[in-house]
Design a protein around this ligand. Structure first.
Ligand SMILES: Cc1cc2nc3c(=O)[nH]c(=O)nc-3n(C[C@H](O)[C@H](O)[C@H](O)COP(=O)(O)OP(=O)(O)OC[C@H]3O[C@@H](n4cnc5c(N)ncnc54)[C@H](O)[C@@H]3O)c2cc1C
Length: 368
C-alpha cells in the first residue's frame, strides 16, 4: 500500500509527489491524460511559488528557463500613471518569474521520474472511492483497485474526487471575461509587465521566455465572446497602440472567471488540493501559487511535522484572500466612462508615489 495516492498530474499533484518522494514517502500519481497538456495557463510564479519549486529541487532550472518580471507599469491615455518595483519585496526572489505552466509541469515530472521512477501512471483515470474508512482509502483508477493511506484529489476545477465526496463547491461566476494570446515581443518593455488602463477595459502584457509576450484583453461580460487572434490584435492596437500580428499568434484562448471554494479540504483520509479545492480568477495570477502552497503544507502533514487540524482552515483563508485580491484586480480593469479616467489615474498615481502604499501593494501583489 502506498503512503499517498494522488489523482491528477497537474502542477499541484506533481509538486506534492516530488515533495513526498524527497521525504522518502511512497507515492503514486494517476493522470487521466496520456500526454501532457501544452495549453498555456499560468505564467506568473510569485516569490512563494519560486521558493517551493526550489524546495522541490527544480528552482534553478525554473529560473534559467523563465523570464524575471522586475516591475509593473500602469499606463493610461499614453502616460505612465503608476509604477511598481517588485524588488521591494526583498529576499531571495525579488521578482515574479514568468514561466509557462507546461514548462513548470515538465520540470516537476522529470524530477519525479528521477526520485520515484514509475510513480506516475498516465492514461489512468480515477473512477471512484470504494472505502474511505480509517486507516486507509480504497479506490478504483484505470479499472483496477488501489489503496493508500491518503488519497489526494489534485484533479482540477472539475474534480471527480470532490464529486465522489459530494463536497459542495460554492461561490459565483464573475462578469469579467478575457481573451489572451502569445506573440513575438515587438515592444521595448523587456522585463516589465504593463497594464493599459483603457476606458473599454484593461489590457495586460507580460514578457514570456523565447522572445514572446502575452497579451490579455478584457472582452466584457455575458459569456465567452468566441473571439479570434485577429480580434485580440485589433483590441491591443486600439487600446495600447502596440501592433501584434495575428498570423504570429502562437497561442490564443479565452477564459471566464469565477471564485468557488470547498468548505473543507480534508475529509478523513481524502484531501482536496489546488483548483479542486479553490477556484479563483486568473487575473493576478495566483491560483497555481496557492496550489503549490497547499502541496508543500500537506507534504508536511504527511511527514508528521504539521498537524492535519488547522491545515484546511489556513489554506482556505489564503485562497479567500487571493480571491479578494483577484476581484479587486478585475474591478480596477473594468471599463469606465471617459470622464472618470482622470480620477482613476490620480488614484494610481497617488498609490504608486506613496512609498508605504507602493510597498504594501507590491508585497500583496506578489503574495509575499
Ligand atoms: C488563463 C489562465 C491563466 C492563469 N494564470 C495563472 C498565473 O499566471 N499564475 C498562477 O499562479 N495561476 C494561474 N492560473 C491558475 C492555474 O492555471 C491553476 O490554478 C493550476 O493549473 C491548478 O493546478 P492543479 O494541479 O490544481 O489543477 P490542473 O492544472 O487543472 O491539473 C489537474 C490534473 O488532473 C487531471 N485529472 C482530472 N480528472 C482526473 C481523473 N478523474 N483522474 C485522473 N486525472 C484527472 C487533469 O487531466 C489534470 O492534468 C491561470 C489559469 C488560467 C485558466
Amino acid at each position: 500500500m502506498d503512503d499517498v495516492a494522488i489523482i491528477g498530474a497537474g502542477p499541484v499533484g506533481l509538486c506534492l509527489a516530488v515533495l513526498l518522494a524527497q521525504r522518502g514517502k511512497s507515492v503514486r500519481v494517476f493522470e487521466q491524460r496520456s500526454a501532457p497538456s501544452s495549453h498555456s495557463r499560468a505564467i506568473g510564479l510569485h516569490p512563494p511559488a519560486q521558493r517551493i519549486l526550489d524546495v522541490a529541487g527544480v528552482g534553478r532550472q525554473a529560473q534559467e528557463q523563465g523570464v524575471p518580471i522586475m516591475r509593473g507599469l500602469g499606463i493610461s491615455r499614453g502616460r505612465i500613471v503608476g509604477s511598481m518595483d517588485f524588488g521591494v519585496v526583498g529576499g531571495s526572489y525579488p521578482q515574479i518569474l514568468s514561466l509557462p505552466q507546461a514548462a513548470t509541469e515538465d520540470l516537476l515530472r522529470e524530477r519525479l521520474a528521477q526520485l520515484a521512477p514509475g510513480a506516475l501512471s498516465v492514461g489512468c483515470a480515477f473512477e471512484r472511492v470504494l472505502d474511505a474508512s480509517e486507516p486507509h482509502v480504497e479506490f478504483t483508477a484505470g479499472g483496477a483497485t488501489h489503496s493508500a493511506r491518503w488519497l489526494v484529489g489534485a484533479d482540477g476545477v472539475h474534480s471527480t474526487v470532490r464529486t465522489q465526496l459530494a463536497a459542495a463547491f460554492t461561490g459565483k461566476e464573475h462578469q469579467d471575461h478575457y481573451s489572451m494570446g502569445d506573440f513575438p515581443d515587438a515592444t521595448d518593455l523587456r522585463h516589465t509587465a504593463a497594464l493599459f488602463l483603457h476606458s473599454s477595459g484593461i489590457v495586460e502584457s507580460f514578457p514570456l521566455p523565447g522572445g514572446l509576450r502575452r497579451w490579455v484583453v478584457r472582452t466584457g461580460g455575458g459569456g465567452p465572446s468566441r473571439g479570434t487572434a485577429q480580434q485580440l490584435a485589433q483590441d491591443v492596437a486600439r487600446r495600447t497602440g502596440f501592433i501584434v500580428d495575428p498570423e504570429d499568434c502562437s497561442m490564443f484562448s479565452e477564459f471566464a472567471t469565477a471564485s468557488r471554494f470547498v468548505s473543507s479540504m480534508v475529509h478523513g483520509r481524502v484531501v482536496l488540493l489546488g483548483d479542486a479545492a479553490h477556484q479563483i480568477s486568473p487575473i493576478g495570477g495566483q491560483g497555481l501559487c496557492l496550489g503549490l502552497a497547499d502541496a508543500q503544507r500537506f507534504s508536511e502533514v504527511v511527514a508528521g511535522v504539521r498537524q492535519v487540524e488547522g491545515f484546511s482552515t489556513m489554506q482556505l483563508r489564503a485562497a479567500r484572500a487571493a480571491a479578494h485580491r483577484a476581484r479587486l484586480n478585475m474591478f480596477l480593469g473594468r471599463p469606465v466612462p471617459s470622464w472618470m479616467l482622470p480620477l482613476r489615474d490620480a488614484v494610481f498615481q497617488l498609490a504608486s508615489s506613496t512609498p508605504r502604499i507602493h510597498d504594501a501593494v507590491a508585497r500583496s501583489f506578489t503574495m509575499s
